[in-house]
Structure formats: structure tokens, C-alpha cells
Design a protein around this ligand. Structure first.
Ligand code: SAM
Length: 211
């Protein structure tokens, strides 16, 4: 299996999606304004418009009712956008307060997005962590959420991840080893860089072979 870059059809972000993102960003700002966290302590957030564009592009090429999971869904904005675009969307987030804000956003927009409070890393994935990896946002705490929700990472067609610098190799390895073949990975890397990749089987080569 390898990760292969996916080229997406050009799409625009529809006004209803823009409205949701605009309102959600204002809520996020109010949350930060009330928070005791300093600017430096706040975890990054993706460019929700860029992610929405990728989700809309993938929606064109995927079949009906694709299943989406956001690893570390924060305020739940990408997950709510995915639900608005017709995905069966699940946000996975450790912080119960953020899960509660996310559920409120989904309720206010009458979206069927689901939020699971727990760890998005499959239990066995932790062994992929190399001691040289600098893990500072992805938490290794607690049990995996999939067993608790009686599902598997293999059940999703699209995963979104926002690896901190130093975490990219680890999260890509987790995706490559535990997601199903053909699953798409949208990853946001800060500085406006976003990648869309797909897990593909290389014909005629053993797993891990080169293309
Ligand atoms: C960089 S923020 C990204 C938030 C959102 N996905 C976005 O793109 O704007 C990372 C989020 O992941 C959560 N998180 C970190 N490690 C996690 C884990 N192993 N399982 C679930 N959530 C995790 C943090 O609490 C934080 O809300």
C-alpha cells in the first residue's frame, strides 16, 4: 500500500457552507476570547474554506453517503461542513468541552454530524511511534474510540488530519496501516499547505513496494 496524491475537480465553496464557516469562526473566536489560554497555547486550526473545497471536490468523485472522520475535531467545524456536504460525518475529539461546543454547532444547523469523545488513534497504532517523532499535539492518552463505538477506522472513506510539525510521518503511517484501501486522507499542515492523498494497492508489488 502507498499513499498517492489525488487530483480534485475544481469546486467552489457554496454560500450555505460559507455561512456555516463564518458563524462557526465567530463562535470559535468568542471561545478563545473567554479562554485563559495564551495565543501560544492555543492549538492551531485549519483553513476551513480550503478543507471545505477539498471535501466538495471529493464529494464529486465518491459514491453516495461517503463516511468521513476528523481526527482531533476541535470545535467541530470541518465535521459540520462535511455533514452539510452530504457526508456521514464523525468528529473524534478528546476534549469534552470542545465536543460539547461541536454538538451545539451541529444542533444549531440541524446537521446529522456525530461527535465521539475519545482518542482517534487505534490502540495498536501507538507502536508506530518512533522515539525521534516530536509528538506535541496528538495525545496518546486513553483508549481508542473505535472499540467503544463498535466500529473500526476501516469503516471510513475520508479522514481529515491536522498533524503538528514532527507528527506528519506518524499520522501518515497510522493512516497507511489502519485505514481501508482506497480511503482518502485530507491533511492540513499549516502555512496554507493541504494535501489530499489516497491509500492505493500497488499492483504486482508486495505491501510497501515502490510505484
Ligand atoms: C490542531 S487542533 C485541530 C482542530 C481541527 N481539526 C481543525 O482542523 O481546526 C487538534 C485537536 O485534536 C485534539 N486531539 C489531539 N490528540 C487527540 C487524540 N489522540 N484523539 C482525539 N483528539 C485529539 C486536540 O484536543 C485538538 O482539539
Amino acid at each position: 500500500m502507498v499513499l498517492q496524491k489525488v487530483d480534485l475537480p475544481a469546486t467552489t465553496v457554496e454560500p450555505n457552507v460559507r455561512r456555516l464557516i463564518g458563524d462557526a469562526e465567530s463562535r470559535l473566536q468568542r471561545y478563545y476570547d473567554r479562554s485563559v489560554l495564551s495565543e501560544q497555547q492555543r492549538v492551531g486550526r485549519s483553513d476551513f474554506y480550503q478543507v471545505a473545497e477539498a471535501l466538495a471536490g471529493l464529494r464529486v468523485v465518491l459514491g453516495p453517503d461517503p463516511r468521513f472522520a476528523e481526527w482531533g475535531s476541535g470545535f467541530g467545524i470541518n465535521t459540520c461542513v462535511a455533514a452539510l456536504l452530504g457526508y456521514q460525518a464523525v468528529g473524534i475529539e478528546l476534549d469534552p468541552e470542545l465536543v460539547s461546543y461541536s454538538r451545539q454547532l451541529a444542533t444549531d444547523y440541524q446537521l446529522s454530524a456525530t461527535f465521539w469523545q475519545g482518542n482517534f488513534l487505534p490502540a495498536e497504532a501507538r507502536q508506530l511511534l518512533d522515539p525521534v517523532d516530536r509528538i506535541w499535539i496528538t495525545s496518546l492518552e486513553g483508549g481508542e474510540v473505535y472499540a467503544a463505538e463498535t466500529c473500526s477506522l476501516q469503516d471510513f472513506d475520508v479522514i481529515f488530519a491536522y498533524p503538528a510539525p514532527g507528527e506528519t510521518r506518524f499520522l501518515f503511517d497510522v493512516f497507511e496501516q489502519f485505514a481501508a484501501a482506497d480511503t482518502r486522507l485530507i491533511s492540513f499542515h499549516g502555512g496554507g499547505e493541504m494535501r489530499v492523498q489516497q491509500k492505493v494497492v500497488v499492483r504486482g508489488a508486495a505491501d510497501g513496494g515502490q510505484q
